[in-house]
Design a protein around this ligand. Structure first.
Ligand code: FEH
Ligand code: ZN
Ligand code: ZN
Length: 352
């Protein structure tokens, strides 16, 4: 093994200690890498709405076994491990690919741990998701294959991109968009504003952004949306008229009203990607609320290859996450701000 594990044995980590408990900052042992594991000194860790879903989960709802450190959006530098064969060196700056699958199935072998075939058998789904994550000074990554070099990219950008960038990138990659396509983005929060930038950087589509908050539409505008609309009773009518029928809708909310709006603006043969986990329902019948030829997808996170492509877009200056940064010691306040809808863009913790 090469590298220094840590000059100290314990460092602060934000943990879920038991189901139903609030997240708490505790002194946790600095882990030692064994086998293929790589120890990462964390420089930044993003906070995601999914972290709230984990914290709010009833006992038994998720296969995870607390206690574990939260945080699945991680960037930092290599601290220690046995990775010479992987072309890594101590000090290399990296983003951590967050979905960790079984590592043996066809999907994992292809770098698509987000769709691991054995996901249902595993008591975890990734960093901070049943296994210790990155809201700490150090995190153990199971294998170097989960590490993506970031060069001189700011860690406070790279960390949120591992989910708030990768998830919309994967959703857009699943769309077949003609040059004159019209794409509607519903919900311009941590993922939606990056989706708009990805659409502008990788397609020629006209981008229409919809949200219930004026501040979110201002963020959509800054992110490059061609048109922004505050949700009103006539939004579907206005969107149908201005788009001629949307070729694709990316719903980053996933609630009953947003799914109904999405179904109402899709053109025949259009594609609906439900990215948000709002728990909304959509009746898929023939005939029904969706137009003929419509397709519906439930994209989840993304692949390791796609994360490398997202990092390349960010390093080229094509994608930038709006962030609010907090020291790790203010993590509980940051979670409270996120839960109250008072974070603009993505909240990022800096372990310092
Ligand atoms: C992660 C884990 C479980 C559910 C959802 C998520 C998303 O944040 C991944 O994009
Ligand atoms: Zn997430
Ligand atoms: Zn697998």
């Amino acid at each position: 093994m090469v590298g220094v594990v840590s000059p100290v044995r314990k460092t602060p980590a934000l943990r879920l200690t038991a189901w139903g408990d609030p997240p708490s900052l505790v002194d946790a042992e600095v882990p030692e890498p064994t086998g293929t594991e790589v120890l990462i000194r964390v420089e930044a860790a993003g906070i995601c709405h999914s972290d709230l879903h984990v914290l709010d989960a009833a006992p038994g709802a998720l296969p995870y076994r607390p206690p574990f450190t939260l945080g699945h959006e991680i960037a930092g530098h290599v601290a220690a491990g046995d990775f010479a064969a992987e072309g890594l060196a101590v000090g290399d700056r990296v983003a951590v690919y967050g979905p960790w699958g079984c590592g043996a199935c066809r999907r994992c072998a292809a770098g698509e741990d987000n769709y691991c075939d054995r996901r249902a058998e595993l008591p975890w789904s990734g960093a901070g998701l049943g296994r210790d994550g990155g809201m700490a000074r150090y995190v153990l990554v199971p294998h170097a294959r989960h590490l993506v070099p970031i060069g001189d990219l700011d860690a406070a950008q790279a960390a949120p991109l591992t989910d708030a960038g990768l998830t919309p990138y994967h959703a857009v990659a699943g769309l077949k968009l003609a040059d004159d396509a019209a794409v509607v983005v519903i919900g311009v929060g941590g993922l939606g504003h990056v989706a708009i930038q990805i659409l502008r950087a990788t397609t020629r589509a006209r981008v229409f952004a919809v949200d219930v908050r004026e501040a979110a539409l201002a963020l959509a505008d800054r992110s490059g949306a061609h048109r922004t609309l505050l949700t009103r009773t006539d939004t579907a009518t206005v969107l149908r008229r201005e788009t001629g029928g949307a070729d694709a809708v990316l719903d980053f909310v996933g609630s009953d009203p947003t799914l109904s709006l999405a179904a109402g603006v899709l053109r025949p043969g259009g594609a609906l990607a439900i990215v948000g986990s709002g728990g909304g329902k959509l009746t898929v019948t023939k005939p029904g609320p969706l137009p003929p030829g419509a397709s519906v997808s439930l994209p989840f996170w993304g692949s390791g290859r796609e994360l490398r492509e997202v990092i390349a877009l960010a390093r080229a200056g094509s994608v930038r996450v709006e962030t609010e940064q907090f020291p790790l010691g203010a993590a509980v306040e940051a979670f409270a701000r996120l839960r109250a809808g008072q974070v603009s863009g993505r909240a990022v913790l800096l372990p310092g």
